[in-house]
Ligand binder design. Structure first.
Ligand SMILES: *[C@@H]1O[C@H](CO)[C@@H](O)[C@H](O)[C@H]1NC(C)=O
Ligand SMILES: *[C@@H]1O[C@H](CO)[C@@H](O)[C@H](O)[C@H]1NC(C)=O
Length: 598
């Protein structure tokens, strides 16, 4: 990345105009200005621009291609499953997925058939669009058939890390709000350990399922949720990042176009499928671009190149450690007689980069940067050693990302005297920032499962997560607050101790004053089991800005649902009438005296 002020043409023309007024001819004036510009450091910009123009053009072409196809798919109202269906129609008999451990090959039509069977089965379970189902199994083709099949009917799979046990497993189950879990038989022990806590869910161990064709696909589009991937995050417990169809498309196709992949490539994927690297950058090449992907359950340094030779792989995936393990292996013949052309991944250190390319005869390294949920991702598109991406010097706003100076210890952004952030100079470390644009599928941020992202229409998903979290994770906590960043609603669920999770209250900030109790009840009835539905609703016109959430929690807890304590609108879910009733003082006393049951 480089700094440099562009040559401001209009200013130059005006100055040249002024000079020519002074009696110099236009030609000489422009030449004089060019001289001044070059002497004042402009030559540097021109030099950098000349060196980077080819790279920028390549990058621009890739960006335009991804955008073009993305807009095409948006126009066609495509989804990941419907793009996959096109691949199946194109080459039904081509190998789609290969299971390394058994050598079993699934053609595109086979993968389609199996995912249809999953979809059919999911519908038979009563699961519908918007329901979350956890998928907990080791990496193998069946896992792809599972999430793809669930996605076909709009059920949202939460892809759970198969290494998790007990508390961490329960945490991820809790934040997902899953109604059921499908697990691999190899993880039976892990599931049995937490069986009691999972007792309210339907559990399924994968076996063979009937294969039938499926006619009714759910009506979705690229903006809809495809699945959840858990990201480790820097603050402890994993968060469930929302992957919408367009994000899946974007990540996979940036990989495809940036690293020059083609339809005849065979990808070797030994990264876990519960992460985006394995499931999107890798498997996405099969689902969206029709490539063959070889799936290995777990990475093995000694088997790596033998596998690549055996399956004629031309593309491998890595994370930094994989490259280091491979380099520390003794030399074996397979490492130089494979057909691998491209290695794509994250975290290849510059100091082993060239050794890796040379020893294993890899022509191209596709290093990229970007977290699963990241708002801004980068890729090394020109095979430059050590780079994970670039920022155009000539046209920095085509892809608006910046590297900003930050304090290396606190990771706080450094600001200048005017309070503005300071861009890094070439070679300086910093924090990457990108412009978020919710209307641009390339730049939007979809957030995490336990944040309110959309307005009231998504509230039920949110409440579901809060409630499950409260009920399952923090049994003795009375109030659980979920904070929504940058949007108009927040939700607080409180539980009074006597009723043990039964009488939850949802405190909703209704800025637009357009909250509809009926729609809300319908959503909640669809989303939540009866015991978890909020019995009380409290609508406030604005976010409580005065206190921290802690204070607000205590205040809400203290005020409870007493209409005399607040001017907020209060509602009560009348179980007999099956609707939310405005909570009057009479109703309040009836409830308090136990005349009206909850
Ligand atoms: C790999 O390529 C060779 C030669 O083209 C072919 O004979 C072999 O069947 C291929 N192996 C697989 C697993 O596709
Ligand atoms: C992306 O943007 C959102 C909204 O501003 C922010 O909350 C989130 O932390 C960002 N994520 C990353 C990975 O930068």
């Amino acid at each position: 990345m480089g700094a440099g002020d562009g040559f401001r043409a209009p200013a130059a023309v005006i100055s040249a105009g002024l000079l020519s007024v002074l009696g110099l001819s236009w030609f000489w004036s422009l030449l004089a200005l060019l001289g001044v510009y070059l002497c004042s450091g402009g030559w540097r910009f021109l030099y950098v621009a000349a060196c980077t123009i080819k790279r920028d053009l390549v990058g621009l072409c890739i960006l335009l291609r991804v955008k073009f196809f993305m807009h095409h798919y948006i126009r066609m109202r495509s989804t990941v499953p419907s793009i996959f269906a096109q691949r199946v129609a194109l080459h039904p008999d081509k190998a789609a997925l290969v299971e390394e451990s058994t050598g079993e090959v699934w053609s595109f039509s086979e993968l389609d058939r199996r995912s249809n069977a999953v979809a059919q089965w999911a519908v038979a379970q009563g699961w519908r669009s918007g329901d979350v189902v956890a998928v907990f199994m080791e990496s193998r083709p069946l896992m792809v058939a599972l999430w793809l099949g669930l996605a076909k009917v709009g059920v949202e799979p939460a892809l759970i890390n198969f290494n998790l046990r007990r508390d961490s497993l329960m945490h991820c189950m809790g934040v997902s709000g899953a109604r059921g879990m499908v697990f691999g038989a190899e993880l039976l022990d892990a599931v049995l350990e937490v069986k009691e806590s999972l007792s309210s869910l339907s559990l399924f161990c994968t076996g063979s399922s009937p294969v039938e064709s499926l006619d009714s696909l759910s009506a979705q589009n690229l903006d809809d949720l495809l699945f959840y991937i858990y990201t480790s995050g820097t603050t402890g417990l994993p968060k469930a990042a929302i992957i919408v169809h367009s994000r899946y498309y974007r990540i996979a196709s940036f990989g495809y176009y940036s690293f020059g992949l083609g339809p005849d490539d065979v990808v070797y994927c030994c990264l876990p499928l519960y992460h985006s690297a394995g499931n999107i950058v890798g498997v996405g090449q099969c689902v969206l671009h029709g490539l063959t992907v070889v799936i290995r359950r777990k990475f093995s340094a000694s088997r790596f190149w033998d596998d690549c030779v055996k399956y004629n792989c031309t593309v491998v995936q890595y994370i930094g450690e994989i490259c280091r393990y491979l380099l520390s292996q003794p030399v074996r013949p397979s490492e130089s007689c494979h057909q691998v052309r491209v290695a794509m991944g994250n975290g290849l250190r510059p100091n082993v980069w060239e050794d890796f390319m040379k020893r294993f005869n890899i022509k191209r390294i596709g290093e990229f940067y970007g977290a699963t949920e990241c708002n801004c991702s980068l890729a090394n598109m020109d095979n430059k050693v050590g780079a994970c991406g670039f920022n155009s010097v000539i046209l920095p706003s085509v892809y608006p990302i910046r590297l900003l100076r930050a304090d290396e210890d606190s990771m706080e952004l450094i600001r200048d005297s005017r309070g503005l952030c300071v861009p890094c100079k070439p070679g300086e470390p910093g924090i990457i920032v990108g412009r978020i644009n919710p209307h641009d599928p390339l730049r939007r941020f979809d957030g995490y499962a336990n944040q309110i992202q959309h307005r009231l229409n998504n509230l039920q998903i949110m409440i579901q997560r809060c409630q499950r979290m409260c009920l399952k994770m923090f049994k003795d906590i009375k109030v659980c607050v979920c904070e929504a960043v940058g949007c108009h609603c927040s939700c607080t669920l409180s539980y009074s101790s006597g009723v043990e999770g039964k009488a939850g209250m949802a405190a909703i900030v209704d800025v637009m004053n357009d909250f509809n109790c009926e729609t809300f009840l319908r959503d909640v009835q669809n989303a939540l089991p009866s015991y978890a539905r909020p019995v009380f609703l409290r609508l406030s016109p604005e976010v409580d800005k005065t206190g921290t959430f802690k204070i607000q929690k205590t205040r809400l807890q203290k005020e409870g649902f007493d209409p005399r304590q607040t001017s907020d609108r209060l509602y009560f879910l009348h179980s007999r009438l099956a609707r939310y009733e405005s909570l009057t003082e009479e109703l309040y006393s009836a409830i308090m005296q136990g005349k009206l049951s909850l």
